[in-house]
Design a protein around this ligand. Sequence first.
Ligand code: A2P
Length: 305
Amino acid sequence: STKTLSLNTGAKIPQVGLGTWQSKDNDAYKSVVAALKDGYRHIDTAAIYGNEDQVGQAIKDSGVPREEIFVTTKLWCTQHHEPAKALDQSLKRLGLEYIDLYLMHWPVRLDPNYVKDGNVLSVPTKADGSRPVDITNWNFIKTWELMQELPKTNKVKAVGVSNFSINNLKDLLASPGNQLTPAANQVELHPLLPQNELIDFCKSKGIMVEAYSPLGSTNAPLLKEPVVLEIAKKNNVQPGHVVISWHAQRGYVVLPKSVNPDRIKTNRKVFTLSDEDFEAINNISKEKGEKRVVHPDWSPFEAFK
Ligand code: A2P
C-alpha cells in the first residue's frame, strides 16, 4: 500500500495522488478508475477542471470504499465570497457526502461580474483581455475566514490553500480573524522549481506541501532532462520513477497527472535515490535557473511578492 503522511488535523494523506488537471471527460473517468484499481487512494481535482462529475462517478464505479480514498477539490476564484455554497456544488457534482481536503485554488478573487453566461466555473476576462482580479473589495483573508468554518460541518475534513507564497501564508497566519492553520499548500513544484524556502516555511508551520505538475506539466519536460535519463538508465527504471522518487524523498505530497494506465502505474512506484543521484537532480535548477512552467504570466503572480 502507498505510504501516507500526516496532516495537522491528524488525518493521513497518501503521499502519491493522481492529478486530474487537463484530464477531460472520459479521460478523467478512465484515469481515476485505472488509478484506484492500481492501488492509488488519493485523487486531486478542482471545480474549475470541469471533471468533478467524472471523478465522482469513477470513484463509485471503482468499487473502492469511499472512506479508503482521499479526495481533494478546490474553490474556484469566482466564488471566494461563497465557499460554503461552492462546496455544496462540488459535493453534488462529485456525488460525495464529504471531501477530505478543500483548497482555496488561488489567493485572489476574480470578479464574478465578468463571467460569461453566468458560468462561475470559467476564467472571467475583461473587455481589454485582462483578468478582473478583485483586490479592492476582497482579499484572501476574507475567503479564509469563511473557509475555516467549513470543517465544523461534516462536509469537509480539512481545508487548505493553493498557489500561496510565503508572504501570502504569513499574511494569512497573522490576520486577526485567523483561527486555523491551513492543512496544506498545493503549489507548482518540480526539479526546475524546487520551492526550497516555501517547503521549509510550510514545514515550520505544520502545513503540508503538495506538488502539482511534478513532472513539469504538459509533455513532462523534466523526463527529457539528460540527468534524469542517465539516472533512470543506471538504476534500470523509467524517468518517471526518478522524478517522482526525488519528490517523495523530500517528504511532501506529490500529484502526478496522467491519463495513460501504464504511466499511472509507473508514477506511484517510488524507489530510494542515492545521495549522488538526489543531488544531481537538485543541481538541475542550479545549473539551468529556476523556471515556472505553469501560468508563467498569469497576473495574480504579480501579487505574490
Ligand atoms: P499523459 O496524461 O498522456 O500521461 P505533470 O504531472 O507534471 O502535470 O505532468 C503531466 C504530463 O506528463 C502529461 O502530459 C502526462 O501525459 C505526462 N506524463 C505523466 N506521467 C508520465 C510518465 N510516467 N512518463 C511520461 N509522461 C508522463
